[in-house]
Design a protein around this ligand. Structure first.
Ligand code: HEM
Length: 528
């Protein structure tokens, strides 16, 4: 009998020959090398070992959050002007500088809490992370589909995520744990009113907004800075799912949102989003009823008009899920000249966390991978070594022996500040650990509730009653207490659903972790 692998190729079979990564042709991919047809396998079987041991390492650690996601590519086209006014009066970032200027982008949409094979119909924020490959290097705008977040200080991030992740023993997501944490975290109310309304389950990735959530800065050529918030608005409109819709979808398809995006791009139905910014003078704003560095707040549009800076079109799918989706790496520290950080305490913490996670998850040379490299800007570093390094970033004519700076024998030199090296207001203060003075945790949550349509309010209340009903009685009472401070109707309706009356909660003292304003104290008094 002749082995299959030793048969000559059929007439006209012009397929390429399978090799291993050493470039050796594989003559038999069906049978391991053994002593005799039934005999023991041999250990020197390089081809088998290479194949199986690579397979053993196919997975890299999944992201600790946002594990399930999907990537697409496209371009961003800048408006360059607001009427007669050039945008570069506010930021010297080149990607916004001229009308019609185009920048390559990669985007990764994601869910947050589930693992990498979990349902895309879960009630969960959605990630909306965009990488702009600009001529000045990469800019990552790492956002979500909801405008605010649960917490305002990065030191609480592991706790909020632990509460939302599965129980460490039963490995089930457990509303009792979630609301235990949230009941002690008054700043989460605005996010909860969003997340447990229909907006908490977007119909798919094409029909959702994106928000930068944290506050950044824009800096112009004179070094003048503004605080800035970013919003993406989909041309496709915004659509959400009820619990019932979501249950029906995930009964048959755990990846409907990735499929929807992939198929739309394949058929040439390219999704688009407009990018808007809201600007505010850099500095303290005692006239506002919220702190602009607080990511549990939005900036009212009537006071801070959203201005269009460009449009993103997604027009290309990935060619390999692992290379381009598992290994793509975004971070809030990845800014280009003209875009900067603010002192938002979440943003500062996030900026450490992303690249720290990626050095662990993908490896120390994650920035050498094509999807992460600054492909439209020159990259010349003195970094060498580390696992999986394959590039040296040498500049043309650079002395290859000089991987340090300063040097006068042919190494790299420092760049020059484009204009000003100083910016922003002067800051002084003592080291401390304090929450921000103006917390105002309930007002915007209440305004958000009042803006919901009747069916959305009903859905929100039903979700709260079902889920909070699974928590300890003391947690239920505290949640109802918060909801009364958010909005009387919300408090009364959730209270009614949980059989908790005003008498049960009116004597609860404020949490030690909160400072109520005079207005809030007055509302509390009225409860009695
Ligand atoms: C992913 C940390 C808050 C949006 C991640 C990852 C970490 C992280 C470690 C995984 C990174 C990786 O392995 O590549 C944090 C910390 C936060 C925070 C410490 C608060 C202090 C937020 C907020 C938003 C957000 C407020 C929304 C504005 C995202 C997105 C991803 C992500 C979209 C997925 C990026 C991708 O698709 O690869 N975050 N995060 N995170 N985070 Fe956060």
């Amino acid at each position: 009998m002749t082995d299959v692998a030793s048969q000559p190729p059929a007439e006209g079979d012009d397929r390429a020959v399978l090799t291993n990564r050493q470039g050796h042709q594989v003559y038999d991919n069906q049978n391991s090398r053994t002593v005799g047809a039934r005999g023991p396998a041999t250990l020197e079987n390089y081809q088998f070992l290479e194949k199986i041991s690579h397979f053993d390492r196919e997975r890299i650690p999944e992201r600790v959050v946002h594990a399930r996601g999907f990537v697409a590519y496209g371009e961003f086209e800048a408006t360059g002007m607001w009427g007669e006014e050039p945008i570069n009066a506010y930021t010297r970032a080149k990607l916004f500088s001229e009308p019609g200027k185009k920048t390559d982008v990669a985007i990764r949409f994601s869910t947050v809490i589930g693992g990498r094979d979990s349902s895309e119909a879960a009630r969960d924020p959605r990630g909306f992370a965009v990488k702009f490959y600009t001529e000045d290097g990469n800019w990552d705008l790492v956002g979500n589909n909801l405008a605010v977040f649960f917490i305002r200080d990065a030191i609480k991030f592991p706790d909020v995520i632990h509460s939302l992740k599965p129980d460490p023993i039963t490995f089930r997501q457990d509303p009792a744990r979630i609301f235990d944490f949230m009941s002690q975290t008054p700043e989460s109310m605005h996010m909860l009113v969003n997340l447990f309304s229909p907006r908490g389950i977007p119909a798919d990735y094409r029909h959702m907004q994106g928000f930068g959530v944290n506050t950044y800065k824009w800096v112009n050529a004179d070094g003048d800075s503004k605080l800035v918030k970013y919003t993406w608005q989909p041309h496709q409109g915004v659509k959400s799912l009820t619990e019932e819709d979501a249950a029906n979808i995930q009964a048959t398809d755990l990846g409907h949102a990735s499929r929807d995006l992939y198929e739309a791009i394949e058929r040439g139905d390219y999704p688009k989003w407009d990018l808007y910014v809201q600007l505010m003078d850099d500095g303290d704003h005692p006239e506002l009823d919220f702190d602009p560095l607080d990511d549990t707040k939005t900036w009212p549009e009537q006071d801070f008009e959203p201005k269009l800076v460009g449009t993103m079109t997604l027009n290309r799918n990935v060619t390999d899920h692992h290379n381009e989706n598992e290994q793509i790496s975004f971070g809030t520290g990845v800014l280009v000249d003209g875009l900067d950080f603010s002192d938002d305490k979440m943003l500062v913490g996030r900026t450490f966390s992303y690249s720290d996670a990626q050095r662990y998850r993908v490896g120390p040379n994650y920035l050498q991978l094509p999807v992460n490299s600054a492909k439209n800007a020159p990259v010349h570093t003195n970094q060498r070594g580390g696992q999986m390094s394959f590039g040296t970033d040498l500049a043309p004519g650079q002395n290859p022996h000089v991987n340090y700076e300063p040097s006068i024998t042919g190494g790299l030199r420092e760049g020059q500040y484009p204009t000003h090296d100083e910016q922003g207001p002067e800051i002084s203060g003592r080291l401390t650990r304090k929450r921000i003075p103006l917390t105002n945790d309930y007002l915007q949550a209440g305004q958000r509730y009042q803006l919901l349509e009747q069916w959305e309010k009903d859905d929100l209340v039903a979700n709260f009653v079902t889920l909070i009903g699974q928590a300890a009685r003391s947690v239920q009472e505290r949640m109802v207490w918060h909801f009364y401070l958010v909005d009387d109707e919300l408090g009364a309706r959730v209270g009614e659903g949980l059989d908790i009356g005003l008498a049960d909660i009116k004597d609860l003292p404020p949490l030690a972790s909160q400072t109520l304003s005079e207005d809030e104290l007055a509302r509390l008094k009225n409860l009695g």
